[in-house]
Design a protein around this ligand. Structure first.
Ligand SMILES: [Zn+2]
Length: 124
């Protein structure tokens, strides 16, 4: 049994626990989210005589998300663009934090398995 190796792994776990605490604190915080990705594009307004008759020039922002296997799009009102962008960014950050947490759990599991191995004696 290597005390030194076990201590080293305990340090690693305590680092992981700090990171996990940070991720969970963020994940259960009260920040609001909007599901979907934002995409900017140019459209024609349809008004006669507008420059956009030649090519689309009017900028719009769409938010799209998957609903029952279908991609649903919705145009974001100009007045809503800023807050929808910020809430959509929050959504991405939450998804990322959750996936980081899953990876962290897996990493910790491997370290604990190593510690268990190190602690294990053979009764012979
Ligand atoms: Zn136009």
């Amino acid at each position: 049994m290597s005390i030194k190796l076990i201590e080293k792994n305990k340090e690693k776990i305590s680092e992981i626990e700090k990171e996990r605490k940070r991720l969970i604190k963020f994940l259960v915080s009260d920040c609001k989210l909007v599901e979907g990705s934002l995409r900017k594009s140019l459209i024609r307004c349809g008004r006669q005589g507008c420059h956009c008759e030649k090519e689309p020039i009017h900028p719009i922002t769409r938010i799209s998300r998957w609903v029952n296997g279908k991609l649903k799009n919705k145009i974001v009102r100009v007045a809503d663009r800023e807050w929808v962008k910020s809430l959509s960014d929050n959504y991405k950050k939450n998804k990322k934090a959750l996936s980081d947490l899953v990876k962290l759990n897996e990493k910790e599991r491997e370290i604990i398995k190593t510690v268990i191995k190190l602690k294990t004696l053979k009764y012979e």
